[in-house]
Design a protein around this ligand. Structure first.
Ligand code: ATP
Ligand code: MG
Length: 177
C-alpha cells in the first residue's frame, strides 16, 4: 500500500464484456499490474438476451472470473453496474457499487469527462488489435459461423459452450427463437 491513503492506487475500468475478448484481457492485465487493486465494472448489467447484450451479468461475471483465474490475476473485484439514464449522477452510481478507487482507465472521451468532472484521475488504456478484438466482431462471427474462438480466452469459450451461447445468439439474431 502506497502513501497515506490506502486506496491511492485502486483503479476502475468498465466494459460490457459481451463477451470478454482478448483485447479486454490485455487491458485488464496491464491495469491490474499497474494497480494495487482493479475494480472491473460490468456495464449495462441489467440487459441480456438481446443482439447487443446476449449474456447476463452473471454469465459475464463467470467469463471474467474464470479467465483471470487462468491468468493468475488476483488483485481485482467485479461489480455489475446497471445503466441509469442520468449522466449527472452516473459517476456517483458507479462509485456506490464499487470499492474505493482513485484512477479510472478509459479511452472513451465521454466517460473520461464524467469521471474528471467528479475529481477522478484518468489513465489512458491503449487499444489492442481493435479490428478483431471487439465484442461486435465476436458476435458477428458467431452468427456468421466464422472462427470466433481465437478472439476470446479459452475460459470464455467454455462458458459460452456450457450455456449454449452460440444457439442463443443465433436465435436472437436470426429470429428463430
Ligand atoms: P462492443 O463491440 O460490444 O461494444 P467492445 O469490444 O467495444 O464491445 P466493451 O465491452 O464495449 O468492448 O468494453 C469497452 C471497453 O473495453 C473500452 O472502453 C476499452 O477500454 C476496452 N476494450 C475493448 N476492446 C479493446 C481492445 N481491443 N483493446 C483494449 N481495450 C479494449
Ligand atoms: Mg464497446
Amino acid at each position: 500500500m502506497s502513501g497515506g491513503h490506502g486506496y491511492d492506487n485502486y483503479s476502475l475500468m468498465i466494459g460490457r464484456f459481451q463477451p470478454l475478448h482478448k483485447g479486454h484481457l490485455e487491458v485488464i492485465r496491464q491495469c491490474a499490474s499497474e494497480s494495487d487493486n482493479l475494480t472491473i465494472g460490468i456495464g449495462s448489467a441489467q440487459y441480456s438476451h438481446s443482439p447487443e447484450n446476449p449474456f447476463t451479468a452473471g454469465e459475464r461475471y463467470l467469463m471474467i472470473e474464470n479467465t483471470l483465474f487462468d491468468e493468475g490475476i488476483e488483485n481485482y473485484c467485479i461489480v455489475p453496474i446497471e445503466d441509469i439514464n442520468r449522466y449527472s449522477v452516473w459517476v456517483a452510481h458507479v462509485a456506490s457499487m464499487s470499492p474505493p478507487f482513485s484512477y479510472v482507465y478509459s479511452n472513451n472521451p465521454f466517460t473520461r469527462r464524467l469521471f474528471e468532472e467528479s475529481g477522478y484521475s484518468i489513465r489512458e488504456s491503449p487499444m489492442y488489435n481493435r479490428d478483431e478484438y471487439s465484442g461486435t466482431e465476436v458476435r458477428r462471427r458467431i452468427v456468421a459461423e466464422e472462427d470466433w474462438r481465437t478472439l476470446v480466452p479459452g475460459a470464455v469459450a467454455e462458458v459460452i459452450d456450457e450455456i449454449d451461447g452460440v444457439g442463443r445468439i443465433k436465435g436472437i439474431c436470426g429470429g428463430n427463437l
